[in-house]
Design a protein around this ligand. Structure first.
Ligand code: NAD
Length: 255
């Protein structure tokens, strides 16, 4: 009996096989879940290609978090297919290039607004889709990067992650009465398309393995998907508004 036997999950953010969302989708299927993926814009064809590489090919629906009309459309589609669902993974992030890589002072509000909309507010947009379809409670899990300090290059994405964390705590507050839990997994650096788009991200990658007490492999971090699956399961029934670090212990140690 798998950890997610009988559960129906919406998984966002599967772009390539390296995507954190892909690892969660594959493990969720292995643990017995039925899943639906979402993709966005030009990435849709990549999501559909990646879907074919999962143990069982799932349906792929469109959900661009920057388009408010997609919220009711996706909710209606899920309601027609499933009626209710048990969980959702938020694995979405984007910032215009000027928001990353050391040009912090050059980013305008219009640039920053895009980063905040797609990378932080979108957690609330996802909750708007799924919460009405969770009459028996559920679990929403998002992917975070520790932002208690400033990092080289991460810049406005770090600011967006702070907003993302805060959004998760408010969602935990407002959805708790419906027994919907909202938690984040703060992962160490992983080589994905999103990570590659951050100039200087390799600086994190080099130092992480050296400093993390448990070590860290940017190409192989199965603990991230496992933590997400555990939070999507019934094994954290009284945990919400939490950030769980899956980073080899890096966040807990000094130089
Ligand atoms: P990825 O590039 O594989 O995934 C990013 C996803 O965001 C893609 O699937 C893309 O389609 C989606 N996306 C972008 N704009 C969107 C929009 N408007 N609407 C809907 N979806 C949109 O990279 P990833 O590293 O797997 O990123 C997943 C999450 O993990 C992100 O929130 C990221 O910040 C977080 N994270 C990544 C790392 C890392 O080192 N890779 C570390 C910690 C947290």
């Amino acid at each position: 009996m798998g950890l997610l036997e009988g559960k129906r999950l919406l998984i966002t953010g599967v772009l390539t096989e390296a995507s954190i969302g892909f690892g969660v989708a594959a493990l969720a299927q292995q643990e017995g879940a039925e899943i639906i993926l979402t993709g966005a814009g030009n990435g849709m064809k990549h999501t559909e290609k990646s879907a074919r590489k999962l143990p069982t090919e799932p349906v792929v629906l469109e959900f661009d978090v920057s388009d408010p009309s997609h919220i009711p459309a996706l909710r209606t589609e899920l309601e027609q297919r499933w009626g209710t669902l048990d969980g959702a993974l938020h694995a979405i992030g984007f910032a215009p290039s000027v928001c990353l890589g050391g040009t912090f002072m050059d980013a305008t509000w219009d640039d920053v607004a895009v980063a905040l909309n797609i990378s932080a507010y979108s957690l609330k947009a996802l909750a708007e889709v799924v919460a009405p379809l969770m009459p028996n409670g559920g679990s929403i899990v998002g992917l975070d990067f520790d932002n208690t300090v400033s990092w080289p290059s991460y810049d406005w994405m770090g600011v967006a992650k702070s907003a993302f964390e805060s959004t998760s705590r408010y969602l935990a507050r407002y959805l708790g009465a419906q027994q919907i839990r909202v938690n984040l997994v703060a992962a160490g650096p992983i080589k994905t398309i999103a990570a590659r788009s951050i100039p200087g991200f390799s600086k994190f990658e080099d130092v992480w393995d050296e400093r993390a007490p448990l070590g860290w492999d940017v190409r192989n971090a199965p603990g991230v998907a496992r933590a997400c699956v555990a939070l999507l399961s019934d094994w954290f029934p009284q945990t919400t508004g939490e950030v769980i670090h899956v980073d080899g212990g890096y966040h807990a140690t000094g130089a």
